[in-house]
Write a protein that binds this ligand. Structure first.
Ligand code: ATR
Length: 269
């Protein structure tokens, strides 16, 4: 049986084994998908050993997404622009690194939520790995404007400069957004994990705006509560993105695209 796993630390809470088990059952494929706790200093050795043992692919989660870049034989354009890898596909001589987070985000927003990004004013809050991972796929949707804003001013500048060849990303700071309005506002900061909210000016939401948090569960609540109080028309956490990025990975591995709606509905229950 083909074997896959999510590698992280911690990883016990991961929903990926359940999601991939549902996908496999849906398309009638027999495969094994597990969660493996791997410490950062064990990753390189573990990938060599698991390759030797015949494993077919992995998902990477915290803290491995960036470190694994250097351990790949080849990288997709998406992994290069994200500066991170969340999916490994087996090659004869090692691992091909890809990144399905951004594509998963775009599918959740455009297809599941029915909100096109084309021609929209899009604001990404935060300039860490999570923010960087969604920028290139958003640009590919041809928004009217893509702004990346952060507390610390130099990080958005650095990201905008490094992705310049893909399109125009406008670097800003959170407090300088005063007076602006956006159609889609995405929280890609880690503030919610500490129950915090980035300091932001009021009235960021244009009429009909979507507020989206890349997190799900309690970490998404501070931003989504604020967005609702600020008059955002629609709010969404990132659970759909989690399922969609998994579907993208499953498709890379198996060449079959599973249906995400029933799995997302099960997780919501
Ligand atoms: P991740 O990989 O989840 O993106 P990260 O690389 O540590 O994590 O980045 C966290 C992001 O959340 C950063 O953009 C950070 O802003 P700074 O660069 O200014 O530190 C942002 N962030 C975290 N807590 C925040 C808070 N309380 N207010 C505003 N931004 C916050």
């Amino acid at each position: 049986m083909d074997r896959y796993a999510v590698l992280g630390q911690p990883v016990a809470h991961s929903k990926s084994p359940l999601i991939h088990a549902r996908f496999a059952a849906q398309v009638g494929e027999k495969l094994l998908y597990e969660a493996y706790e791997i410490a950062p200093d064990e990753l390189s050795g573990a990938l060599k050993r698991l390759h030797g043992d015949g494993w077919q692919g992995f998902n990477l989660t915290l803290p491995h997404k960036t470190a694994v870049l250097a351990l790949c034989e080849s990288l997709s354009a998406g992994a290069e622009s994200a500066g991170a890898v969340n999916t490994l596909v087996r090659l004869d001589d090692g691992w091909h690194g890809d990144n399905t987070d951004g594509a998963g985000f775009v599918r959740d927003v455009v297809i599941n939520l029915g909100v096109p990004l084309r021609g929209k004013r899009v604001l990404v809050l935060g300039a860490g790995g999570a923010a960087r991972g969604i920028l290139a796929p958003i640009l590919a949707e041809e928004p009217a404007e893509l702004v990346i804003s952060n507390r610390n001013p130099w990080k958005p500048e650095e990201i905008a400069a490094s992705l310049k060849r893909l399109g125009n990303i406008v670097p800003r700071t959170n407090l300088s957004l005063k007076g602006d309005q956006y159609d889609v506002v995405i929280n890609a900061t880690s503030a919610g994990h500490r129950g915090e909210l980035p300091r932001l000016p009021p009235q960021l939401f244009a009429p009909g705006a979507l507020a989206y948090d890349l997190n799900y569960g309690p970490a998404a609540q501070p931003f989504l509560n604020w967005a609702q109080a600020q008059g955002a028309s629609r709010i969404s956490d990132g659970l759909g993105m989690l399922v969609e990025q998994a579907a993208e990975a499953f498709t890379l591995w198996r060449g079959l695209r599973p249906e995400t709606a029933p799995v997302l509905a099960e997780l919501r229950r």
